[in-house]
Design a protein around this ligand. Structure first.
Ligand code: C2O
Ligand code: CU
Ligand code: CU
Length: 456
């Protein structure tokens, strides 16, 4: 079944219309507060985009899972109750936290058990993050069945807190003829294509809905937090007739907003943008993902040149409101300096491998000293893009393919296009332990395109 027939059958995933929120986002506390919450990962039947019933896995019965909201300085206590029939974890993607709280494949949570993730939310970490399971070899499977959610860290000194906010979680999927989530036999041709490209599907969900509609009033400025929770889909996002003011990335706000016509969001990347309602009342525009050729020619999908419509932005009929001021400077991003780097490393990605090897949980691939600054040179040796992700530590890209990065920001995931290279600086502060680095195309990661960094 294709996207059109699904849309014709129901038009939407039967799920919460509004994303549920948990946590305590309010400001004004003294010192640290405890945010105590339990997430249940459970197995259940649900209707997904037109299928009568479909076996899914959910957090707290929602897809996406509830938005976890934390505040800088909070002490967070998040309990996972694993009611699945298999091991799982919750990985807090992008957060700087103690190693045992990272939810990595080395800390799997057995079925029928609970695990308490407890950590302090660092100052300066305000931003848009997400969470997902990370069990060995099964991350793609569990995410495909529904397990993913957004996490927002708020700051008391957020310079654009006055703007109305939206969260858009992008997640694609594909169903088989029976309406179940389509995971082909890995040895079949579709299974091999999924391994090569990463699994993509024709159903483009935004917050668990197909083709949702968002509203805006002329003159208004909205802050959108964008999360790519898809296993492999790249979103080249463009809003018809509008430019976007790009204000933040994985690790929070930039120093200065940047006006862009579009934004490429690789799997696991996030962006914050300001949408300025410059059109007339009553205007309707489409948020699209434009074609992006990340593929090798042999497995490039036949329809890759077609833009995908994701959502509609509908202007209300009301007269324009005066536009709010947008600060010219957002915050200071303290620089990591190349002169402080004590080690330079090369990480080579090829299809399914890092430095020519598959992940081995008993091997340490990179050893680093606690507190050290390092320069990582990540190269992609093959003709397919691989988004590179490092756990636990945000980094600063210094150059791409020899071109200096135009400005500084915090990232935890960076796309390395075919046959290109990216250099970044990272400092291994605070938390020793074994940290994963991997390609965030989940099929690649599950097949072992992952290594271990030990910080000590
Ligand atoms: Cu989203 Cu190993 O991470
Ligand atoms: Cu991660
Ligand atoms: Cu990859």
């Amino acid at each position: 079944m294709d996207r059109r027939s699904f849309l014709a059958s129901t038009g939407a995933l039967v799920a919460v219309p509004q994303l549920a929120r948990i946590g305590l986002p309010r400001a004004g506390s003294h010192g640290s507060r405890l945010v105590d919450l339990t997430m249940r990962a459970q197995r259940e039947h649900r209707a997904l985009a037109g299928s009568a019933s479909c076996q899914m896995l959910t957090y707290n019965s929602d897809c996406p899972g509830p938005v976890v909201e934390l505040r800088e300085g909070d002490r967070a206590r998040l309990v996972l109750e694993n009611q699945l029939d298999e091991i799982s974890t919750i990985h807090w993607h992008g957060l700087h936290l103690p190693n045992a709280m990272d939810g990595s494949p080395l800390n799997a949570v057995a079925r029928g058990t609970r695990y308490v993730y407890e950590f302090d939310v660092p100052r300066g970490s305000a931003g848009t993050y997400w969470y997902h399971p990370h069990p060995p070899h099964r991350t793609g499977y569990q995410v495909a069945h529904g397990l993913h959610g957004a996490l927002i860290i708020r700051a008391d000194d957020d310079p654009i807190a006055h703007l109305p906010e939206r969260l858009l979680v992008f997640w694609d999927n594909r169903l088989d003829a029976q309406g179940n989530i389509d995971i082909p036999d890995p040895d079949s041709i579709p299974g091999r294509i999924d391994f090569e490209n990463g699994r993509e599907g024709p159903l483009h969900f935004v917050n668990g809905k197909l083709a949702p509609e968002f509203t805006i009033r002329a003159g208004e400025v909205q802050r959108w937090r964008l999360v790519n929770a898809s296993a492999a889909r790249f979103y080249r996002l463009a809003l018809e007739g509008h430019t976007l003011l790009h204000v933040g990335s994985d690790g929070g706000l930039f120093e200065i907003p940047v006006e862009v016509p579009e934004i490429l969001l690789a799997p696991a990347e996030r962006a914050e943008v300001l949408v300025r309602a410059t059109a007339d009342p009553g205007t309707r525009v489409t948020l699209r993902s434009l074609p992006y050729d990340r593929y090798i020619p042999q497995t490039r999908p036949a329809d890759w040149r077609e833009p995908c419509d994701l959502a509609t932005l509908a202007y209300s009929k009301e007269p324009p409101v005066p536009s709010p001021a947008i600060p010219a400077r957002l915050r200071v991003v303290p620089p990591l300096r190349e002169a402080d780097a004590t080690v330079t490393r090369t990480i080579s990605m090829s299809q399914g491998l890092i430095n020519g090897k598959k992940m081995d949980p008993d091997r340490v691939d990179v050893s680093a000293r606690l507190g050290a600054t390092e320069l990582w040179h990540v190269e992609n040796l093959v003709g397919l893009d691989h988004p590179f992700h490092l756990h636990g530590f945000q980094f600063q890209v210094v150059s791409r393919n020899g071109e200096p990065e135009p400005f500084r920001c915090w990232k935890d995931t960076v796309n390395v296009p075919k046959h290109e290279e990216v250099r970044f600086l990272v400092r291994f502060d605070d938390f020793p332990g074994k940290w994963m680095f991997h390609c965030h195309i989940l099929d690649h990661e599950d097949h072992g395109m992952m290594g271990i960094l030990e910080v000590r």
